[in-house]
Design a binder for this molecule. Structure first.
Ligand code: HEM
Length: 481
């Protein structure tokens, strides 16, 4: 340790570790772990907290400032992912860019996904798909408003299936969506939470005495099926010349492809990661929006007034209206801030030892960016638990609060490549929903809702009333309008 830490620097603040197990008992667990890390930060009066659990170093970053200085500005050292034996090695998710180590194929996967989701491509090629699927959503909300959460999931999945594979989702029981849902249900556990992640030596146990290995193998087959099935359909359609243009079809048809097709695995992986990273996150943000509208009727009234003044009641809002609808834009920002979709982000990992504010950070430290804490910092966002879009509207005496996108989508070289796509699809959905409907509460309190642990924090089921907001609102959702 002394050769690695030649100046014998102290470690960052944190609870005193116990013999052998270290800080195992201090590790936040049992739900809302982001609050647990924030409480540690308060207890030790430090936004950076260090824990050591069975030989693994964990660093929790609880302020935007620390995340910015380390993850954004020191990307070469702070952009790896931890080993995560359960999900990557046993469940086989090492194909997914989200979890891929910085040195294993990361650059090639990242380049492809980033290229296909850059702002120019999103606005030119994907916006028409979003507009189409949002209209389908509006009609589903009219037909069965109580199933709003299912409709949001379907919409998010349908947009992604179309842009990634050219596959139109026409029914709720779409086989690809069902497969992806099945995979999601079986991968809900927080990466790093399994015992084998803390004690990787357990990976060498034979399957007959380690049931978790048999379960992991079954889940591996499922995730590979989810990745391969829609890819094979695109290949088949390309063969019969009736493929709908999509990210995967354009990669398969690219002139610059190697002749031996050795990039096929890479293309499959990039297609697979888009659904698994993009569908749930988008649907969760929109579900949180429904909750906010139920709980804050004044906010909704102000949004309706803005829509009436700018768009009128004769059509649906379009992307060209966005600059004239600042309050709707502020609702989108507040939705991403109020309930972080990924409250602890995806863990980063250091590739080598480093020093921060005079403290020693060991190599291979798992780094948890507490995105929820950053978006609820009372110094930055006054009354952070309130849903108040007004904080993003600059006034003479008040500067607009910082855009939550600076934290909500992660950091540095691992920042979410789908952020422009997510921003556009959530904006068009909320502006259209607000144009047609009034969402109101059916006696829910925020305290009734539980948020799940895991990479994506999903609210427990809640009811709300969704009604057309004026005579003729229904007509806006017809195909002709
Ligand atoms: C509300 C919507 C979304 C939120 C809040 C969100 C948030 C995040 C966060 C926090 C990360 C981790 C970044 C880090 O490690 O620092 C991430 C990674 C990622 N996201 Fe998103 N995301 C959203 C939507 C999407 C969409 C629509 C896509 C589809 C293109 C997508 C694709 C990805 C991928 C591929 C990664 C892994 C990047 C890497 O490891 O290099 N996300 N996202």
């Amino acid at each position: 340790q002394r050769t690695r830490n030649p100046h014998n620097l102290p470690l960052p603040p944190g609870p005193q570790p116990q013999l052998i197990v270290g800080n195992l008992k201090d590790l936040p667990a049992g739900g809302r772990e982001w609050d647990g890390y924030e409480a540690l930060a308060r207890r030790f009066k430090s936004d950076v907290i260090y824990l050591r659990v069975l030989g693994t170093s964990i660093l929790s970053l609880n302020s935007f400032n620390a995340a910015n200085e380390l993850l954004n500005q020191q990307g070469a050292v702070w952009s790896d992912r931890p080993r995560l034996p359960m999900i990557k090695e046993l469940m086989g998710w090492d194909w997914s860019l989200v979890l891929q180590s910085y040195h294993e194929g990361f650059a090639s996967h990242r380049r492809i996904v980033q290229q296909h989701f850059q702002p120019g491509i999103v606005s030119a090629q994907y916006r028409p798909v979003m507009i189409f699927e949002v209209k389908v959503l509006l009609r589903s909300l009219l037909a069965s408003p109580h199933r709003f959460a299912d409709h949001l999931k379907r919409m998010a999945g349908a947009i992604i299936m179309m842009v990634t594979y050219g596959h139109r989702v026409v029914a709720d029981d779409d086989p690809f969506i069902q497969l992806a849902e099945q995979v999601r249900r079986h991968s809900e556990q927080t990466p790093g939470a399994a015992l084998v992640d803390t004690l990787p030596i357990l990976i060498y146990l034979p399957s007959f005495i380690a049931p978790f290995k048999r379960l992991a193998l079954w889940r591996r087959q499922l995730s590979v099926k989810m990745r391969d099935a829609p890819f094979l359909v695109v290949k088949e359609h390309l063969g019969s010349r009736n493929a709908v243009p999509s990210m995967v079809s354009s990669l398969l048809e690219s002139e610059s492809r190697p002749k031996d097709g050795s990039d096929e695995e890479l293309i499959k992986n990039c297609g697979g990661v888009v659904y698994s990273a993009g569908a749930d996150t988008t649907a969760t943000a929109l579900t949180n929006f429904f909750l906010a509208m139920s709980l804050y009727p004044d906010v909704q009234r102000r949004a309706h007034t803005e829509l009436d003044a700018v768009v009128g009641r004769g059509r649906l809002p379009d992307f060209s209206d966005r600059d004239q609808l600042p309050y709707i834009g502020a609702i989108l920002k507040e939705t991403l801030r109020w309930k972080a979709v990924a409250p602890l982000g995806v863990p980063h990992c250091t590739t080598q030892a480093d020093e921060y504010r005079g403290r020693y950070i060991p190599a291979k430290t798992t780094v948890l960016a507490n995105i929820s804490a950053m978006l609820h910092d009372p110094e930055v966002y006054t009354d952070p638990d309130e849903f108040n879009p007004d904080r993003f509207i600059a006034k003479e005496a008040q500067q607009a609060a910082p855009d939550p996108a600076r934290a909500a989508f992660g950091f540095g070289r691992r920042i979410c490549p789908g952020r422009y796509f997510a921003d556009d699809s959530i904006w068009i959905a909320i502006s259209n929903i607000l144009q047609v409907f009034t969402i109101s509460s059916v006696d829910i309190e925020e305290t009734d809702i539980q948020w799940s642990s895991g990479l994506v924090s999903v609210p427990s089921a809640f009811g709300c009333d969704v009604q057309p907001r004026f005579e003729g609102a229904k007509n806006l959702t017809s195909d002709e309008s």
